[in-house]
Write a protein that binds this ligand. Structure first.
Ligand code: NOJ
Ligand code: CA
Length: 686
């Protein structure tokens, strides 16, 4: 109803032909005419789609659908009807990179039938930023046992791609940059460059179905593989159902992929009536210390989540314009994590006075974040969910961070149909109790945040934690994930370590016990880049993850005080995967710029034409110090001190251009404030 009142929607719904000959090609074109999808039928009755961009053939898609035990879902189809529709719509969301989204697409629906009496509608949408298609099945079967999906993506020529290996258990893997032709398996988003076209294969609206991976079956030919259930089949479905959308985002510049709204546009509108309780937040937490080994999740002499430490964090949040505080290790059960585990989601450890902490957070106006590590025990968690969330809600909890660090029972894979159902159950139960979710070890984001806007953010890639106990994440990796993982949606990377070389952590005895040789573990980017990551790595729940004592008195922490994750507008302005990235966002009347480079120093000229015309802004610039002294890093390598930074100020207007200079592994962050303080100070520090 809302659509009809507020937008321009043309649903042509023209039934073109009652029966369409197999040889006739049908073409779907994007609204700007650049992307074409030409449909043909094979002799065996499956649909093929030839995708071209600006006249260049990019790939053939064999839209061969699914295989099931009870009916033939992939072959012998003939087209009964073709329907076309055209949508030109705008819609708004409560939060997001952009609050207003344009949905402008052309649609082609092929209504087909086969010998088995299976009705299949192949619905294809072409947007200016890519295409999506899905299978809508209608059969006489009571239920279907899906054993495979046969969709294939066959590239017309080789190119390069950025992706993690295909895994149905984890996304916490390094992103590879390699020729498409040598990629054996990949998870999605699978980002590629072929000729002059950038693209990314992914999926949208993944519900009640396993995730898809890509497996190379021949040269440039990739078939989809679905995560199996423990019984070996892929999905148990009703006789009538639709698959998630299979998507290809397309752009002529790499940053065009980041600026695409295709994944969101292929999801259904918001399903929650009252969304007044959903709001982006900045947070700190009792967290990083556990990864460093300076604190523990368990209740011992180094326990992190004590009442005293919790109140210290609440005070810090209240004093620094930070919305929320996360407490990990507050509840009983951590001593068995990874073994014969049993987490108690309702009982705090004796040294964590939950009622007192909750009352103190309320008094200070700080949002309480509870943490539920499940270790993968999804049945136990499902049984506790309703009671635990009701209890958290009564305490004033706004956010629950979930975690699935451990194997799921009975051989259930993290990305299988049963797990997808579990993650969704958590989101819907949370919505009932007015709780927002931040999921770690999650199922990949497929745009369901549009329908369930309490599903705020998730991990789903190697996040900050990897720096604490492994070689960690390179600057190149951090320049790559905005073009790969983050195309799917927000990421809780948990940025912002200021103690780059873990100098303080090294003083704690627990660190050695936790991680043995720590020499490889430190932050591989500069401090200015850590700040820039708050802007670059989009998350509506954005963490300043370092130990709070590393922020106390630090001049550069002013950026986080000024930062607002509730943005209205965002644009990736420039960048190439693995090389560099520049992003601008607006929240209220403030703008934020975040830039990062890989292992090469670089200066990027950024025109400020996104600022409001005729207004003077104060630019507070957090930059790498070009004169940083060369030091010996913990692993013995020599490099300019990554902790060295400069903060300076400029008055700028929309006709100015900023020269963003970044050291190797560096970055730059800028706050553009509409109120001028005429600050000409420069602070250098380390
Ligand atoms: C892995 C999560 O990613 C991390 O954030 C959390 O601290 C640990 N699991 C413990 O739950
Ligand atoms: Ca993790």
């Amino acid at each position: 109803m809302r659509i009809f009142m507020t937008t321009k929607v043309f649903l042509l719904g023209i039934a073109l032909l009652a029966s369409v000959s197999c040889s006739k090609n049908t073409v779907l074109t994007s609204p700007d005419g650049k992307i074409t999808v030409e449909q043909t039928m094979t002799e065996t009755g499956t649909t093929e789609l030839d995708v071209s961009v600006s006249g260049d053939h990019l790939m053939k898609i064999s839209a061969a659908g699914l295989e099931a035990l009870e009916a033939d879902l992939s072959e012998g189809f003939f087209i009964k009807k073709i329907k076309r529709a055209k949508v030109d719509d705008t819609w708004t969301q409560p939060w997001g990179e952009n609050k207003t989204i344009t949905d402008c697409h052309n649609e082609l629906a092929l209504l087909m039938q086969n010998r088995d009496g299976v009705h299949l509608t192949l619905r294809i949408r072409a947007f200016d930023d890519g295409i999506g298609f899905r299978y809508e099945y209608e059969t006489d079967a009571d239920s279907l046992t899906v054993i495979d999906e046969n969709t294939r993506f066959i590239f017309a020529e080789d190119g390069i791609c950025w992706s993690i290996p295909g895994s149905f258990e984890t996304y916490e893997l390094d992103v590879r940059n390699q020729p498409i032709s040598v990629t054996e398996t990949a998870n999605t988003p699978f980002t590629f460059k072929v000729g002059g076209a950038y693209g990314s294969i992914h999926e949208a609206a993944l519900y009640d179905f396993p995730e898809m991976n890509l497996h190379r079956c021949d040269s440039l030919d990739f078939i989809t593989k679905l995560a199996p259930r423990p019984d070996g089949c892929k999905a148990h479905m009703p006789g009538t159902f639709s698959t998630p959308w299979r998507t290809i985002q397309l752009a002529d510049k790499a940053v065009g992929l980041i600026n695409s709204s295709l994944i969101l546009n292929l999801n259904a509108p918001c399903a929650i009536d009252d969304i007044s309780w959903i709001r982006p937040q900045k947070y700190v937490g009792v967290w990083w210390g556990m990864h460093l080994g300076t604190h523990t999740w368990t209740c011992d002499e180094r326990h992190g989540a004590t009442t005293e430490n919790a109140m210290r964090h609440i005070d810090f949040a209240a004093a620094n314009n930070i919305d929320g505080v996360l407490f990990e290790g507050w509840n009983k059960g951590w001593e068995h994590w990874g073994g014969r585990q049993h987490f108690d989601y309702c009982t705090p450890y004796p040294d964590f006075d939950l009622e007192k902490v909750a009352a103190y957070a309320k008094e200070k106006g700080v949002s309480l974040w509870m943490h539920n590590e499940t270790g993968g025990s999804i049945f136990e968690y499902e049984a506790a969910l309703d009671t635990a969330f009701a209890m958290y809600s009564a305490l004033g909890t706004e956010v629950v961070k979930t975690g699935y660090a451990g194997g799921m029972p009975g051989g259930i894979l993290h990305h299988s149909q049963r797990a997808v159902q579990h993650y969704q159950k958590v989101v819907e139960t949370a919505a009932k109790h007015h709780i927002m979710i931040d999921a770690h070890e999650p199922i990949k984001e497929t745009g369901i945040r549009r329908t369930w806007p309490n599903m705020m953010t998730r991990e789903g890639a190697k996040g900050m934690e990897w720096n604490a106990w492994s070689k960690g994440n390179s600057s190149e990796y951090l320049c790559t994930i905005p073009f790969v993982r983050l195309l799917s949606g927000p990421m809780d990377y948990t940025p912002g370590v200021f103690d780059i070389y873990f100098k303080r952590a090294a003083q704690y005895p627990g660190r050695e016990e936790w991680n043995g040789d720590n020499s490889q573990c430190y932050i591989k980017t500069t401090l200015a880049r850590q700040i820039a990551n708050w802007v670059i790595l989009y998350s509506p729940l954005q963490m300043a993850c370092d130990l709070i004592e590393n922020y106390e008195g630090h001049p550069a922490f002013q950026f986080f005080r000024d930062f607002d994750p509730d943005c209205e507008w965002s644009e990736a302005l420039a960048g190439e995967p693995g090389e560099y990235i520049v992003v601008a966002r607006r929240a209220g009347d403030r703008f934020f710029l975040g830039a990062g480079t890989g292992n090469e120093a670089r200066t990027v000229k950024v025109p400020l034409d996104f600022l409001e015309d005729g207004k003077v802004y104060q630019a507070d610039i957090y930059a790498d110090d070009p004169d940083a002294p060369v030091i010996t890093q913990p692993d013995g390598t020599r490099a300019p001190d990554k902790t060295a930074y400069k903060i300076y100020h400029k008055e700028v207007t929309s006709s100015d251009t900023l020269d963003i200079s970044m050291s190797a592994d560096g970055g730059q962050a800028v706050v553009l404030l509409p109120d001028i303080k005429s600050d000409s100070s420069t602070i250098s520090g380390k």
